[in-house]
Each structure stands twice: as structure tokens, then as C-alpha cells.
Design a protein around this ligand. Structure first.
Ligand code: FA5
Length: 343
């Protein structure tokens, strides 16, 4: 009887070595292990086996059955893997040149100009600081040498909040005191931020606009340092010659104070609505920090001096990108805003 078992084993070995697909293996499984398969037939022979050989015969058939099961399972797994790999290899490759229709966003022009300036000032050793949009009276005015009832408060039409003593930041100078106290002297920092003023809007005025403040405090800082940094900043931003003028300006927190104007790049100085027909645009008031402001910030004015500037970031973006009306920036118009290239 064992010769029958050997015969089935040889038959299986011959057939399994020549199968090439997982479907063939499945057919083989049915042929050998199925209800009417070779193993079931061998088991059916058990009744013809002499009693004393039955046990051994049963054991040998079982061993063969297990061998066949294991070989079939391994062969099937290997062939399925091969077949899947073939499908992957023959699949069409991803074609990145195919047109697609995904709308990507773009940076707001104010973000672009702000990043440009941050890069320029960081390369000159300035740190970049952040400050809140809701500030108190002390930081926005008193620490800046503008006591209560000082007429200079009229220069900025302020949104006061119902919470006592709080208001929307009217200028980025409101952060000066906190930053001086945080770092002490020497100090170089810029701090861009959103400002709010209750102004009637026109081509060059918004009620919500951006400024970028800068301060540099050290021993022996003078107006020449201030002019050097302003010139470097403007030539880097515009990457071309721009005409500027410096004239006296009054701000209680600087002494002396200046207005730095830029020749209007929209009309070339001839006069247009963007520059209120003057040919010049007020861009960056600046000056030497008043000793009282240094004192409020915990810095000794006998030992240190410094300059400060308050760049009109939104107006700078107007000039840089040739935007004729400042109101475009807050318009939310995707048609206008999406023209600006990302960095
Ligand atoms: C100030 O806000 C001072 N804090 C600037 C300063 C800082 C002076 C440090 C000295 C030292 P002013 O109100 O002029 O100054 O505003 C500064 C700049 O912000 C202006 O030159 C202008 O470019 C911009 N700006 C002011 N008001 C508006 C507005 N309504 N819309 C758009 N830009 C404005």
C-alpha cells in the first residue's frame, strides 16, 4: 500500500514543479486535497489495508497530506507576489506633465514685503519681535512721552475699547517700551504689526494698515547711523534708485524727529491720487529716541542713545508693487491679490 502513497507523492512533486500561476496551484490543491482528490482516495483505501498496517498507513498518508498542504500554500504565496509585482511593473507610469487644475493660494503682498524687510534687517543683526494688537494707554502713549491730554494724541484717531484703558494699537511704537524692558541695551529689533486708526479712507489711507517699527540702541548711536540704515533698507527693498527726502517732523517720542518721504513711484513725482498730488509719499517717520522714552524703558539715556523708525509697510507695498489705491490690500479681491508672486 505504501507504494501507492509514494506514487501520489511523486505525481504531486512532478506537477508542482511545473506550475507557473497561482490559478494552477489552486487546481492542484483541488486535485490532491479536494473531496474527490488523491489524498481522499488514499484514505478510502484504508479499508483494504490489513488491520496491523492500518495505523502506519494512516500516519504516512497524513504526513503526505501535510507536506502537500504546506508546499501548496508556500507556492501559492510566492506566485501571487510575483503576479502582483508584474502588474505593478507593467502599470502606466505617473505622468507629471499632465495638466492639473488645482488652485493654489498666494502670499498677501504685505506678507511678501514684510518678509523681505525681515530678511534685510536680520542680516544686519536685528531681531524680529511680535506684539499684541490690543494695548493699553501707557504703552501706546504715556511711555512714549505722550501724557494724557497731550495734543499729540490728536494726531492718531484712536479706537478705544470698552475695557478700561485698552485700545487698538494705533502705531507699532506701542511695542517699544515692552521690548526695551525685555532686552535692555544694547538692542536692535524690528517689529511689524497691524495698526488701527479711525480715519476716513482714501487712496493712501486705510483704517487698518501695517507698520514696521525698528529701534537700535547702543553707545554713540547718531543720526548718521539712522540715515545709513534707512538708505540700506530702501535700496534693498526696491533694488533700484529711489529718491527720498528728509524733513523735520514732530513726534513726542523722538528728538530730533524726521519725516522720510519717498518720491511717488506711481506718478514719478508729477502728482496723483496715491500721493495726494504732492509727488511725495510719507513713508517712514524716524528720529533719535527721546531720553524720557529710554528712561521709561529702563535704559539710562546718559549711557545709551538710539534711533527709531516707523515704516508704513502698507504704503511701501503700494510703491513696490505699483498699487494705486491702498484699499486694494484689504479688499479680499482674489483677482487683485493673486497677481503677486510667491517667494
Ligand atoms: C507714527 O505712527 C509713528 N509711530 C512713527 C515713528 C516711529 C516716528 C518711530 C518716529 C519714530 P505716523 O502716524 O506718521 O507715525 O505713521 C507712520 C507711517 O505709517 C506713515 O508715514 C504712513 O506710511 C503710515 N500710515 C499712517 N497712517 C496711515 C493710514 N491711515 N493708512 C496707511 N498708512 C498709514
Amino acid at each position: 500500500m505504501n507504494s501507492k502513497v509514494t506514487e501520489i507523492k511523486n505525481l504531486f512533486d512532478a506537477k508542482i514543479s511545473s506550475v507557473t500561476t497561482s490559478d494552477n496551484v489552486e487546481e492542484l490543491r483541488v486535485e490532491f486535497l479536494g473531496k474527490k482528490g488523491h489524498i481522499a482516495a488514499l484514505m478510502g483505501e484504508l479499508k483494504n489495508v490489513p488491520n496491523e498496517e492500518k495505523k502506519e498507513f494512516g500516519r504516512v498518508v497524513n504526513v503526505l497530506k501535510q507536506e502537500i498542504e504546506q508546499t501548496i500554500s508556500e507556492k501559492k504565496d510566492a506566485l501571487i507576489k510575483e503576479e502582483q509585482q508584474k502588474i505593478i511593473d507593467s502599470a502606466e507610469q505617473y505622468d507629471e506633465s499632465l495638466p492639473y487644475d488645482i488652485q493654489t493660494g498666494s502670499y498677501h503682498p504685505i506678507t511678501l514685503v514684510s518678509r523681505d524687510l525681515e530678511r534685510i534687517f536680520a542680516s544686519m543683526g536685528f531681531s524680529i519681535e511680535d506684539y499684541s494688537e490690543i494695548v493699553d494707554d501707557y504703552h501706546c502713549f504715556e511711555a512714549l512721552n505722550i501724557p494724557k491730554h497731550h495734543p499729540a494724541r490728536d494726531m492718531q484717531d484712536t479706537y478705544y475699547l470698552s475695557t478700561e484703558n485698552q485700545l487698538l494699537k494705533t502705531h507699532t511704537s506701542a511695542a517699544q517700551n515692552a521690548i526695551m524692558k525685555k532686552y535692555g541695551a544694547p538692542l536692535r529689533a524690528i517689529f511689524p504689526g497691524r495698526c488701527f486708526r479711525n480715519e476716513s479712507t482714501d487712496a493712501s489711507h486705510e483704517n487698518t494698515f501695517f507698520q514696521m517699527e525698528g529701534i537700535m540702541i547702543d553707545k554713540d548711536i547718531s543720526i548718521s547711523n539712522l540715515i545709513y540704515f534707512m538708505k540700506t533698507m530702501l535700496s534693498e527693498v526696491f533694488q533700484k534708485d529711489v529718491t527720498v527726502r528728509l524733513r523735520p517732523g514732530f513726534f513726542p517720542f523722538v528728538e530730533p524727529g524726521f519725516e522720510l518721504d519717498i518720491k511717488c513711484l506711481i506718478c514719478g513725482g508729477d502728482g496723483c491720487p496715491s500721493c495726494k498730488n504732492s509727488g511725495w509719499l510719507e513713508l517712514c517717520p524716524c528720529g533719535m529716541i527721546h531720553p524720557n522714552v529710554l528712561r521709561h524703558g529702563g535704559i539710562d539715556p546718559e549711557e545709551y542713545t538710539g534711533f527709531a523708525f516707523g515704516l508704513g509697510l502698507t504704503r511701501l507695498a503700494m510703491m513696490k508693487y505699483g498699487v494705486k489705491d491702498i484699499r486694494m490690500f484689504n479688499s479680499g479681491s482674489l483677482k487683485s491679490l493673486s497677481q503677486f508672486k510667491n517667494e
